[in-house]
Design a protein around this ligand. Structure first.
Ligand code: NDP
Length: 508
């Protein structure tokens, strides 16, 4: 026996071999009593857990948020209490539609999820690399996702389904425009912005509430790929994000973002021409300027991908005192749906896994009892206190001082359809006409024409009508790009200029 560690069964018994089955005779059949062989094969069968229905392909890292500006007048959240304060973060970025084996450099929205391990529990910001989304009501979310997934008969992705849905849904055109713009294929997670996307709230020690949008602006600069560049990369590797991210962090070239917020006083909601709780809308910067908060740096690769990235369970329901929700309908739906996905995917007590447990919190006390993965002692404070209220002074009780200030709500309970559909075209129009350059618009036209090329004429015409309402130039540009594409006449469309001297791929 060498001085290496002894191999044991999972029950701790030393193992004589990990290579040779027990057989009846030298060339005979394997004996059923070779339980460790059965155990080994059975474990292999269970090495996968249910794939996330959305955001299955992901890349993760650990890092730190450092506060650089005092925002305590808006919030009493401890994470923001002092300039210079540092909080550990677990980040996961992802594509939305692809399965776990999908290529990284595909055109898609990217998930941008952050778990902040704060002293008052975990705060999860489960956002995207875009400030808006395809739909504003959770009723539409499962249908939207179905259009992004595989057709039941062909088992292929279906542009017909995607554009059919979007054409019936003008609220989607803002997000689809961003998706088909240069920002639809970021070079890697470090080269894109992150957005909390929803409107959340902050509340301070005086009980004042502010509506808030969270932004994370890449400090490495935006870098994106054209379809052609992405095809070339995918031809070489499907794992370009994982490679870039892993290598950047190993080399000490840490991805960084500037954390910023937009703040709206509670009583301002309702004064804008748009609904500030509509996930298909941004708050224009001129109306609500960005306020600096801190710097996010990702500086550590997890020792085990599965343990920290696959097991990471992000849910917008995880807020901490000083941060709250808003009436955003999609947010309200996700508060339920995300935690429920984790209960199904990981098990009842998923919050106690190493990736998810509130490791920086002073107290983690709760009365949830049994169920899958009950691998920890009771956390109620007293062995006999498995219910509440109870007679035991050591047992945990709620703290009314952390209650959020009351939110005044009025109106009739009803199912409201937004009264002004024209409002859905205003912000994509600003993006198209005022933010994008001439070259960016041309690339947008071509990307859109390519994406909708397989669709039926009726779906195309319905979508052109939506684009025409954003801007007649937008519709005309995509129609022309479709003609140019069909005629093989696209050489004059501009590529993306190299704006800095960083390599196209960090790993290269
Ligand atoms: P601003 O001129 O103040 O800002 C424009 C914003 O657009 C910047 O945040 C910029 O991000 C972002 N941007 C640039 N190119 C793209 C693209 N291809 N896809 C997505 N975003 C892009 O504008 P306003 O605040 O007045 O908003 C005008 C329009 O800009 C909005 O209707 C919306 O479509 C878009 N936008 C607005 C945001 C907001 O929160 N106000 C956020 C993102 C987009 P960066 O600074 O990193 O270059």
């Amino acid at each position: 026996m060498s001085d290496r560690k002894r191999l044991t069964t999972t029950a701790g018994s030393p193992m004589p071999t990990n290579e040779y089955s027990m057989t009846a005779g030298k060339r005979g059949p394997v004996l059923m009593q070779d339980y460790q062989l059965i155990e080994k094969l059975a474990h292999q069968n269970r090495e996968r857990i249910p794939e996330r229905v959305v955001h299955a392909k992901g890349w993760g890292a650990m890092g730190t948020l450092t506060i650089t500006n005092d925002i305590s007048k808006y919030t009493c959240a401890k994470i923001f209490s002092d300039v210079g304060k540092k909080t550990e973060v677990l980040a996961r970025w992802s594509t939305v539609a692809g399965e776990q084996g999908a290529a990284d450099a595909e055109r898609d929205v990217r998930g941008f999820s952050l778990k902040f391990y704060t002293e008052e529990g975990n705060w999860d910001l489960v956002g995207n690399n875009t400030p808006v989304f395809f739909v504003r009501d959770a009723y539409k979310f499962p249908d939207f996702i179905r259009t992004q997934k595989r057709h039941p008969k062909t088992n292929l992705r279906s542009p017909e389904a995607m554009f059919d849905f979007w054409a019936a849904q003008p609220e989607s055109v803002h997000q689809v425009t961003i998706l088909m713009s240069d920002r639809g294929i970021p070079a890697n997670p470090a080269r894109m912005n992150g957005y909390g996307s929803h409107t959340f709230s902050l509340w301070n020690d005086k009980g004042e509430r502010f509506w808030v949008k969270f932004h994370f602006k890449t400090m490495m600069g935006h870098k994106t790929y054209t379809n052609e560049q992405a095809e070339e990369i995918i031809g070489k590797t499907r794992e370009s994000y994982q490679e870039d991210l892993y290598n950047m962090i190993e080399e000490g070239n840490f991805p960084k973002w500037r954390m910023m917020i937009q703040v709206m006083p509670e009583e301002d909601a309702g004064k804008q021409p748009y609904n500030p709780f509509d996930l298909t809308k941004v708050w224009p910067h001129d109306d609500y300027p960005l306020i600096e908060v801190g710097e996010l740096e990702m500086n550590e690769n997890p020792e085990n991908y599965f343990m920290y990235v696959e097991n990471a369970a992000y849910s917008p329901s995880n807020i901490v005192p000083g941060i709250g929700f808003s009436p955003d309908k999609m947010l309200q739906g996700r508060i339920f749906a995300y935690a429920d996905a984790h209960r199904y995917r990981l098990g009842t007590h998923y919050e106690q896994l190493p990736a998810n447990h509130a490791k920086a919190a002073k107290d983690v006390n709760f009365y949830h009892k049994d169920g899958s993965m009950r691998f920890f002692p009771p956390k109620t404070g007293h062995v006999d206190a498995y219910y509440e209220p109870n007679q035991y002074d050591e047992a945990a009780v709620a703290d009314p001082s952390v209650a959020e200030p009351p939110l005044k709500i009025d109106g009739d309970a009803d199912r409201y359809d937004p009264a002004d559909p024209d409002a859905d075209y205003v912000q994509p129009r600003a993006l198209y006409a005022e933010v994008l350059s001439e070259d960016e618009r041309k690339r947008l036209h071509l990307n859109m024409a390519r994406a909708m090329a397989p669709c039926s004429d009726s779906v195309k015409e319905r979508w052109y009508a939506v684009l025409g309402k954003v801007s007649p130039d937008y519709e005309a540009g995509v129609r022309k790009a479709a003609d140019d594409l069909e005629a093989g006449n696209i050489d004059d469309y501009p590529g993306i200029p190299v704006t800095d001297d960083t390599p196209v791929r960090a790993a290269e």
